[in-house]
Design a protein around this ligand. Structure first.
Ligand SMILES: [Zn+2]
Length: 495
């Protein structure tokens, strides 16, 4: 028996192309052109035409996007994919608990097959959620065997990926200059389906030992991505060191950049780099306040990221919505502190859709390939459509709809490099069973290695004591609440 997705896979194999018909098309071109009731025609790995009622060759597979939204594939510029093997384990963690668990205590027990398992499920999940390009911020690569495993997993899923090579178990000035690493880089072919970055952080050590890693990146022609402006971990000193040594370039991606001063933002802006904002992570973990509200005043380009599935999933709808909310929340708060009222919002729904598409493409130096639906670009397309959902109509404000109404369950079709990987809400030609088995085996291994007590304790950190305020009022069902001596100015809560 064949499933509907198998039957679809059969239908598209050998077809001269694919046409996505009659959707509201968010091209995300320079003018942010929106085309109602338009088609996107794909031939091979490229976009051949975008417009209304396109003529296409006989045999072209038609995908009906009527009533839906067609947009470029989304791009996540920072995701620790190996950690997806522990999905949701750290939902109640702070950043400190994350550091203790992975950096100090347990990160080193991950074997190559565990990296593979996490990457495999994470890669499939990304495609399923309409994230057609993901940067695998892979900082658990203790050995080159771990790196091979990471790459094998990424290659086995036909999404677009960038391996950001890192290793938290060793200084970057050690591993980045090792013969093994050089050899790995030399024998791992790079393409627009699998790119390469160097991933490490600059701690602010006055000796600036990371200099050697930056030099290695420069020698190899590889861009650097770095967690910058992370409360308690990285700060202005690292930015200044990078700047003074000439290591800040337009292709450098600063992740979070949430606790920097204007001086650092000026240096980032002047050198043309971009910031990967991981709003949900920043809100839960404490790297700093999601910085889009301040990046705006420096004109620093933004892309979005989910960080890690030990907390969040690969859901860029959630990233767009939380980023818009956090930005507006901060702007209101700043105004209220001055007794002002915000009457017009700076950040718009269209802006965060751009962060999630074009912004990622620009950050990765791939703007000529992906990030918008324009003729000649790679065929990375997402259709948002759900005929069973009351949330898909009316469709009056497409950007607002994508950001505030749609969700990953509404991702109907996903096409990467011209290949249809999801159709009618179901993955096409991608089998979940091996990923499920691999992840289950990693979880079993981790539980056995940590022991039940450490495993449970790691997942359920202590809750700090709650300080209850003295309440001057008392409730009685005989009378309205009264206070013996009402305090005209109660203490503010949340201190
Ligand atoms: Zn991160």
């Amino acid at each position: 028996m064949t499933s509907p997705s198998d039957a679809f896979a059969e239908r598209i194999s050998g077809a001269p192309g694919v046409v996505v018909r009659a959707g509201t098309v968010l091209t995300m071109d320079d003018r942010r052109t929106v085309l109602p009731n338009a088609d996107v025609h794909l031939v091979g790995d490229r976009i051949a035409a975008v417009g209304p009622q396109l003529d296409v060759p006989e045999g072209t597979v038609e995908i009906d996007a009527g009533g839906g939204i067609v947009m470029p594939g989304m791009i996540d510029t920072h995701r620790h994919m190996w950690q997806t093997a522990m999905r949701a384990y750290g939902a109640d963690w702070t950043l400190t608990q994350y550091f203790v668990w992975y950096y100090l205590e347990w990160g080193k027990v991950f074997r190559p097959q565990d990296i593979h398992a996490g990457n495999l499920v994470s890669a499939i999940e990304a495609v399923d959620a309409g994230v057609t390009t993901s940067v695998d911020w892979s900082h658990g690569l203790q050995t080159v065997e771990h790196a091979e495993a990471a790459v094998d997993a990424l290659r086995s899923v036909p999404g677009r990926f960038v391996l950001a090579y890192g290793n938290i178990q060793q200084g970057p000035w050690v591993w980045s200059v090792s013969a093994e690493f050089r050899d790995f880089v030399a024998r791992t072919p790079r393409s627009d389906m699998l790119g390469l970055q160097l991933a490490f952080d600059v701690t602010g050590d006055p000796e600036f030992p990371e200099k050697a890693a930056f030099e290695a990146a420069r020698d190899l022609g590889i861009s650097v991505t770095t967690h910058a402006g992370v409360w308690g971990a990285t700060n202005d000193v690292g930015i200044r060191q990078m700047h003074e040594h000439g290591f800040m370039t337009p292709s450098t991606v600063y992740v979070h950049a949430a606790t920097l001063t204007n001086d650092s933002y000026h240096r980032i802006a002047a050198s043309g780099g971009s910031v990967s904002v991981a709003t949900e992570s920043e809100q839960s973990c404490g790297q700093g306040y999601p910085p889009t509200w301040v990046l705006r005043s420096h004109d620093i380009p933004v892309s979005l990221s989910m960080d890690t599935s030990v907390w969040q999933s690969a859901d860029l709808f959630s990233a767009m919505r939380s980023t818009l909310g956090a930005d507006r929340s901060r702007v209101h708060l700043e105004a209220h502190a001055k007794g002002d009222t915000v009457t017009h919002s700076h950040l718009r729904a269209a802006d965060v859709v751009e962060f999630a598409t074009r912004g990622g493409a620009t950050a990765l130096g791939m703007d000529d390939l992906v990030g918008s639906l324009e003729v000649g670009k790679k065929a990375d397309v997402v259709v948002i459509k759900n005929d069973h959902s009351p949330v898909m109509f009316p469709l009056v404000n497409p950007y607002g709809h994508v950001v505030m109404q749609a969700q990953r369950g509404d991702v109907h079709t996903v096409i990467v490099d011209g290949r249809v990987l999801k159709h009618d809400g179901r993955l096409v030609g991608i089998d979940l069973a091996p990923a499920r088995a691999a992840v289950e085996s990693t979880v079993e291994y981790l539980k056995a290695t940590l022991g039940t007590e450490a495993w449970e304790k790691g997942m359920n950190p202590d809750i700090p004591e709650r300080a209850l305020l003295e309440n001057p009022y008392q409730y009685s069902d005989l009378a309205m609440p009264t206070a013996e001596e009402p305090d005209p100015e109660p203490e503010p809560s949340g201190t």
